[in-house]
Design a protein around this ligand. Structure first.
Ligand SMILES: *[C@@H]1O[C@H](CO)[C@@H](O)[C@H](O)[C@H]1NC(C)=O
Length: 370
């Protein structure tokens, strides 16, 4: 009763995992800025991220009290922890935990709800990689008090590096401030308030300071939806480290021919390095309006980690076929994505070796004797 099994030893190389050091073990809320709907007798919002179990936040009794941490960058959040008070433990009952990019609480996605929590206990909520800059806890209802001992947020930095960057533009039309192009909102929901715009002038420009030098792979620009979509035509995307001529002398990543109203178009910059991203419309009598600018890339020079992973597959697929090999990489990629790990590039470092082997007693092992 000897059965032949195909066992494949596969050497999988260049599993690039970015910024694992900034990973799940660290409570990223500790670096954030907090706020809450009201402050009862000095129990301010920062007490939920002071690392102490002996202090807590406290709002006034009110309708829909909330507490929020701004993580200052966008994270893919895997879990949130909330620690309850030793006394008056019912004050977290019914609290809703949300993750997202919106200052409007209810636009963010629900990660969990606390029905009840024992005094002094810590509850952990799995958010499965929800993406957001804010973690909000709120209690729906009247005459509610929200009181939190500690709040933790664990996850990885997510794609868009523009969030949290500093913005400036050549001039500003009404309240179309420069930072609205990096508010994490492509502007489609808040048509007239979610976008930046300069005045009508010669050579308008908008500039983002990423604070660090990034190797930029792509820039995604969302055009205005209300009118005048053609204003973006001919805009140049520039990336570099120079502030000369307001940054306009930096190398060009792309020139935008046109973007339909309200659409987001992606421009590949193929690894241009820079701290500044500039968008500039050359010419007289121009207006530069941007509903969102997203920047994707890696911290230059530092953060690419390479790991070689050796895998043993039981497979009947023919991995000498390159399409099959690509399929296996895709499957691995989506398995990692399910675990919230998306900033990875998978490549074969060498063609898998295939050995046809005989099954031995232990089902999980293969014998190398033919
Ligand atoms: C904090 O929240 C209060 C209440 O909504 C608001 O008035 C205040 O401007 C907020 N502060 C900051 C720094 O966002």
């Amino acid at each position: 009763m000897k059965k032949l099994y195909k066992c494949l030893w596969i050497l999988l190389g260049f599993l690039l995992i970015e910024e694992m050091a900034h990973g799940q073990k660290e409570n990223v809320a500790l670096w954030g800025k907090t706020n809450q709907s009201s402050i009862y007798e000095g129990f301010y919002s920062g007490l939920a991220i002071d690392g102490l179990l002996t202090s807590w936040t406290h709002t006034n009794p009110e309708t829909n009290p909330w507490w929020r941490v701004d993580l200052l960058k966008v994270y893919r959040v895997n879990r949130v922890t909330i620690t309850n008070r030793p006394t008056f433990d019912y004050r977290l009952n019914g609290a809703v935990i949300r993750i997202g990019n919106f200052l409007d609480i209810y636009s963010n996605t629900i990660c969990g709800v606390i029905s009840t929590l024992e005094a002094g206990d810590t509850a952990t909520f799995s958010c499965g990689g929800m993406v957001g800059r804010y973690m909000v806890v709120h209690i729906p209802g009247d005459q509610k008090i929200l009181s939190i001992v500690e709040a933790g947020v664990y996850g990885y930095l997510a794609g868009n590096r523009a969030i949290g960057g500093a913005t400036i533009q050549s001039s500003t039309s009404q309240n179309w401030f420069a930072e609205k192009a990096v508010d994490g909102n492509r502007g489609l929901q808040q048509l007239y308030t979610g976008c930046s715009s300069t005045l009508n002038e010669a050579d308008p420009w908008w500039r983002l300071d990423l604070h660090d030098v990034y190797r930029v792979n792509k820039v995604v620009v969302t055009n205005r939806n209300d009118c005048c979509a053609e204003q973006i035509n001919g805009a140049e995307i520039r990336i570099g480290n120079s502030l000369e001529n307001n940054g306009i002398n930096n190398p060009i990543c792309a020139v935008i021919p046109a973007i339909p109203p309200g659409e987001s178009y992606s421009y590949s910059c193929d690894g241009l390095d820079g701290r500044y991203v500039i968008i500039h419309v050359p010419g007289d009598q121009k207006i530069l309006a941007l509903c969102e600018v997203e920047v994707y890339g890696y911290l230059a020079g530092t953060c690419l980690k390479r790991s070689f992973v050796k895998l043993l597959f039981h497979s009947s697929k023919d991995l000498t076929d390159s399409t099959m090999r690509e399929n296996v990489l895709k499957q691995l990629g989506s398995a990692l994505a399910d675990r919230g790990i998306t900033d990875v590039t998978l490549k074969w470092s060498q063609t898998p070796k295939q050995e046809v082997m005989r099954k031995v007693n232990d089902k999980r092992r293969c014998d190398t004797r033919q």
